[in-house]
Design a protein around this ligand. Sequence first.
Ligand code: SAM
Length: 291
Amino acid sequence: MADLSSLTALSGASLWINNLVDGTSGMAVKAKHSIFSGSSHFQKIEVFDTYAYGRILMLAGTLMFTERDEFIYHEMMSHPALSRHPNPKSVCIIGGGDGGVLREVLKHPTIEKVVVVDIDDMVKQTIETYFHHLATGFSDKRAEVVIKDGVDFFLACKDTFDIIIVDSYDPGGPVQSLETEDFFSQVASHVAPEGCAVFQSDSPILRPGFVRSIHGLVKPHFAAMAPYICSIPSFPAGTCSFILAAHSNDFFSACNSKATTTIAPLCKYYTEAIHTAAFVLPRYLQQIYPV
Ligand code: SAM
């Protein structure tokens, strides 16, 4: 296949990457060139170098993260939960093959074991080749990477975890097994009594129906849950939502201040104030969630 950058240079054409939501709105990013394009058994995997956001990873034609603002997403998938737990030691990350959440989890000094489960080994290989700053956690002796479907992993897993982070949401993505009621029940049964689970629930602005459906799948399996948000420039409509779910109501009011004061200085988005403020939603977003 001809090298895209030479074609671009020759023709003067621009290479625009469109990241659309439901084909009706989204973001266009002008690329300098394609860096990698391949396909695993599950999905197309592409890496582009872009003018505005640096390198970007696309899976199955959907933007996963950009070099410029991935820290926001990965910090906010990790620290609101970890800094509420009194002494987090064991974490499981479903869909964490890009290493971003793993990197953040390993910042916590109490962590003894992190199991990263991803169905696609080619994602991890792509990260190790083209996104070194995201691959740092893979060589940490506390980390274990399991290449497996998240559902199959939990069916065979006898352990519970202090924190389970489900980082595999790209609705309509290549594998739908994580969008079943049974999977949420499996997650809940593998969260330790004092622990919690975090689910990414997509754009509350463009996909309120999806947010409500995730909320409905989580609710029956946990004693308490709370949505929170963060603003990410490259995320569809700029706001990403999450759900924190726990077996005890006390979990939410907790703030392991030692953790927040240790971790916040190591972050570029998460702060001690954001630890609480992220759970304050504007009225129009509050109304999305069923009471
Ligand atoms: N961290 C990314 C970001 O910054 O947006 C999000 C992760 S990406 C949406 C989804 C990841 O979950 C991919 O690495 C994909 O291979 C993995 N995945 C999808 N379905 C899965 C399944 N059933 N079991 C385990 N991993 C899965």
